[in-house]
Design a protein around this ligand. Structure first.
Ligand SMILES: [Zn+2]
Ligand SMILES: [Zn+2]
Length: 383
């Protein structure tokens, strides 16, 4: 058997290569030298060589041993024996490894096998975010408001400073020997795979309370209900959300709390409808007012305003009140108000009104139809 090559040389990486670089290098070689497809000379040997190098360098403990002792290993046991190699057997399944048979691809295999190692279970972890919905009146959305909301969240226990232990003292977890992770070795068709997962005994913390805090029962966190003031800016609308930094659930191992998201819902209004920064309303007009023109009172978000309606205004005419809408969310501009008038026909008439209208009808209604509608019929049919 030829002299063994250095594992780093085999993979073509330097000693400081990251886990991702090692994996990338290995994947490239595995594809190039796979004995089932490769036309390269000595493909099988090279494939095994790459496989062995990667199986050692991808394992923190074996890598450390290799870096210190070389091939001999600490007890002279050596590497690359039957225990490690995997892939040397005749029964591995090329399609499963590289292809997509049954949805089981290369990426899945490695994601599962090495994904656990990529997380840093002992570093700080930010807390979970919280989402709260808040209803606003139409006016609150238009002008802005301060709302008080109630939030249920996990907070670090004050009694033990979040440590879960009276006096804050913790000792290394016996189950995982303080690492927070436990290792499982799995034998598969492709060889041995080592996976790690958080330790159940200490929830991945690596340590347990020396003297369990009675207030949080060792969790380091307590449930709390807080009232929080939320400042809603003018111009918001349904679906907009506000983000309150670090007002969510407490983090782990010194990580900051998650954020609080306040999702807004704007209630409809009796008079106004809104589209962006513009508001819309409908206002009735007497038909004498419509015919003669008038100055009428109309509602606006800030109270009443006067609107001049010219003589001969038809039902459905829209008037614009500039700047009477809502402030735009991200600027200092205001939208407009659009007033749509409709001519209202009276349903009950007093005596005087009736007489005046009868007189008007004689002058007005017949002329109207003679001139337009019926006139055309007369010409057409000779009536
Ligand atoms: Zn543990
Ligand atoms: Zn506590």
């Amino acid at each position: 058997m030829a002299e063994k090559r250095d594992y780093y040389d085999v993979l073509g990486v330097n000693k400081n290569a990251s886990a991702a670089e090692l994996k990338e290098a290995y994947k490239r070689l595995a594809k190039k030298f796979h004995p089932d497809v490769s036309k390269e000379p000595h493909a099988e040997e090279k494939f095994k060589e790459a496989n062995e190098a990667y199986s050692v360098l991808s394992d923190a403990e074996k890598k450390a041993n290799y870096d210190r002792f070389g091939f001999a290993g600490p007890g002279g046991a050596g590497f690359g024996g039957a225990g490690f190699g995997g892939f040397q057997g005749a029964d591995f399944d090329f399609d499963s490894l590289f292809g997509n048979l049954g949805g089981f691809g290369f990426g899945d295999l490695f994601g599962e096998a090495f994904g656990g190692g990529r997380r840093r279970p002992r570093g700080p972890v930010q807390g979970d975010p919280i989402k709260v919905e808040v209803s606003l009146s139409f006016e609150e959305a238009a002008f802005g408001a301060t709302k008080e909301i109630e939030v249920e969240r996990h907070e670090a226990c004050e009694a033990c400073g979040g440590s879960g232990s009276k006096g804050g003292e913790r000792t290394a977890c016996g189950k995982c020997r303080g690492s927070g992770m436990v290792q499982h070795v799995q034998r598969t068709a492709f060889g041995l795979f080592s996976t790690t997962s958080p330790c159940h005994a200490c929830q991945g913390k690596g340590s347990v309370a020396r003297d369990v805090c009675l207030k949080c029962r060792g969790h380091g966190k307590v449930n709390a209900v807080r009232k929080i003031q939320v400042k809603v800016p003018p111009g918001v609308w349904t679906g907009n959300h506000l983000r309150l930094t670090s007002e969510g659930n407490a983090g782990e191992r010194g990580g900051r709390p998650g954020d609080l998201f306040v999702v807004l819902f704007v209630e409809p209004h009796d008079v106004f409808r809104r589209d962006g920064a513009d508001v819309y309303c409908k206002v009735p007009l007497g038909f004498a007012e419509a015919a003669l023109g008038a100055e009428i009172e109309v509602p606006t978000l800030e109270g009443r305003a006067r609107l001049k309606v010219p003589p001969g205004t038809q039902t459905g005419t829209v008037f614009r009140l500039k700047g009477k809408g809502v402030k735009e969310l991200d600027s200092n501009r205001f939208g407009d108000e659009y007033v749509k008038v409709f001519v209202k026909v009276p349903e009950k008439l007093g005596k005087e009104e009736r007489e005046l209208l009868e007189r008007l009808a004689e002058l007005d209604g017949k002329n109207l139809r003679d001139d337009s509608l019926l006139g055309k019929f007369k010409r057409k049919f000779g009536g």
